[in-house]
Design a binder for this molecule. Structure first.
Ligand code: NAP
Ligand code: G3P
Length: 483
């Protein structure tokens, strides 16, 4: 079923129901993160080609919005089934293209199938409602409001490299479920996974033009597409820098932005330190810390600092390191040289300013060994920057107030964890943290995907999560009957 999306390893884009080769014969070579071998070539689309895609999306959406929710939900169930059946294809594609280990690739694909299915379940319950105007002050029983949910039109979905299936599908499924059409622009490293995913929706029977793809470097085509007159909504996941750039270009087009994070694990003196160390190490190092929700700093009360450090040091030795072609590993090569250079820069800056490296600080190509740093002070870049790599700084604090102050001083506000046996303390601290989600006695993480997921400050705008994504990509339409 995937043969039609490429010819001689040159991938095509889905445009108005047909897989189309590059018009200009201009391609980007996608090399494997793992061994530099060629995974395939994806077209660099021109502005003219993008115009055509967006014109089709406008036309297709007008018909698509007229279909019933039942019809759309059934297509989503079918897509989920096809995705699950082809899990092996996706796992292979992801391992080579983004270097994720097999187990994590598989779980991403299965989680995505669940997401799509749950979107279909949810959208069925989000049907129209009626309100009678008699309840409001001075009530008027002669007014009846019919409130329907209207799609917004054409949704531009821009996804990052780290979850190329999940973070593309979690935009596509809610968008089309409520009657939008979608144009997917995947991250270039990850775009082959994105094209495979779109083929699944096509195979499920999504009509022509309702989902289409655009490939090409964001740095070249991004500014053009985000400001395009035919885009009605932008659903973006990626770095804060690019998120900010998009808002500076897109004018009044509404957006959801899921951006970077610097999630803190706050450890109180009464925490179960074995459990805490397990959670922190898992949260910090899985997929080499290339997760927006990775634990990216530890703020620990001085009374338990040394014991926690010892436990983290013991635990980090269990973190497995290697090439996903040879097995399942927690820490795998980073996505590119630039990312690996950046992470090493953070480690070196911390060393230069007096931090103590407890473990790691070793690089082989793009593979950076899990690195644990203590004696981290607030003048070090690693205390504030999002590494998107396997490095964990530990900061000692004297009080809860100090922990909250440092946590909130970050430009980011995605999630935080609080580890303690005292639920009152946990809830008090949770109330004061400027983040979208606080996890109590658990690592920071996104799932279950039905929960609202959001970042505050430089971590984002808007709310995702199945129901919330459907709401964000639709609006109420009120028709009032006056009798
Ligand atoms: P990125 O470099 O910002 O790229 C994200 C997407 O934006 C890619 O598709 C990229 O395409 C595209 N892009 C680049 N320049 C653009 C422009 N001028 N206009 C429009 N689009 C443009 O991020 P990444 O390295 O893929 O992902 C890592 C970042 O994503 C981290 O900061 C992480 O925290 C964040 N993230 C956040 C969440 C969340 O839910 N909050 C989830 C996952 C990841 P090209 O690849 O072609 O450049
Ligand atoms: O960074 C991707 C984001 O979606 C995180 O998901 O499940 O790794 O917390 P998760």
């Amino acid at each position: 079923m995937f043969e039609i999306i490429k010819e001689n390893n040159k991938y095509k884009n889905l445009v108005n129901g047909s897989w189309i080769a590059s018009e200009s014969n201009d391609y980007i070579e996608i090399k494997s993160v793992l061994d530099n071998s060629t995974v395939g070539f994806v077209p660099t689309m021109s502005q003219k080609e993008v115009d055509n895609v967006l014109e089709n999306a406008k036309v297709a959406q007008k018909q698509w919005r007229e279909t019933s929710i039942d019809e759309r939900a059934n297509l989503l169930y079918k897509a989920a089934e096809i995705l699950e059946k082809n899990v092996g294809v996706f796992v292979d594609s992801m391992i080579h293209e983004i270097g994720k280990d097999k187990k994590s690739c598989k779980s991403e694909v299965l989680r995505t199938a669940d997401f799509i299915r749950y979107t279909a379940d949810t959208v069925r319950t989000m049907s129209s409602e009626c309100l009678v105007g008699d309840g409001f002050y001075g009530g008027n029983p002669k007014k009846t409001g019919i409130i329907k949910r209207e799609p917004l039109g054409v949704v531009l979905a821009i996804s990052p490299f780290n979850y190329p299936i999940n973070l593309a599908a979690s935009k596509i499924a809610p968008a089309i479920a409520i009657g939008n059409s979608v144009v997917l622009k995947s991250s270039t490293q990850g775009s082959i996974c994105g094209l495979h995913l779109v083929r699944v929706f096509e195979e499920a029977g999504v009509p022509k033009g309702v989902i289409q793809t655009v490939t090409g470097k964001g740095s070249e085509i991004g500014d053009y597409i985000v400001a395009h007159k035919n885009i009605d909504f932008i659903n973006f996941t990626g770095s804060t820098d690019i998120g900010k750039r998009i808002t500076s270009k897109c004018g009044m087009i509404p957006v959801i932005l899921e951006l970077g994070g610097k999630d803190a694990g706050i450890v109180l003196e009464d925490a179960d330190l074995d459990h805490t160390a397990n959670q922190i190490i898992g949260g910090a190092f899985s997929y080499s810390g290339q997760r927006c929700t990775a634990i990216k700093r530890v703020l620990v009360m001085e009374e338990v600092h040394d014991i926690l450090v010892e436990k983290l040091l013991n635990k980090i030795k269990d973190v497995t390191v290697g090439n996903p072609l040879n097995g399942d590993f927690d820490v795998v090569p980073l996505i590119n040289d630039k990312s690996a250079d950046f992470v090493m820069g953070l480690i070196n800056d911390a060393k230069d300013k007096g931090a103590t490296i407890l473990y790691g600080d070793k690089r082989e190509g793009n593979l950076i060994y899990p690195t644990l740093i203590k004696d981290v002070t607030l003048d070090m870049n690693v205390a504030w920057e999002e590494p998107f790599g396997p490095v964990l700084p530990i900061i000692k604090v004297k009080s809860y107030e100090e922990a909250i102050e440092i946590a909130n001083k970050s430009e980011y506000g995605l999630q935080s964890s609080v580890f303690t046996k005292d639920i009152n303390k946990a809830l008090n601290i949770a109330d004061k943290l400027e983040v979208g989600t606080v996890q109590i006695n658990n690592k920071t993480e996104r799932g279950p995907d039905s929960f609202p997921f959001l970042g505050v400050k430089n971590s984002g705008i808007g709310v995702q999560g199945v129901k919330y994504s459907v709401e964000a990509m639709s609006r109420p339409k009120v028709t009032v009957l006056n009798i």
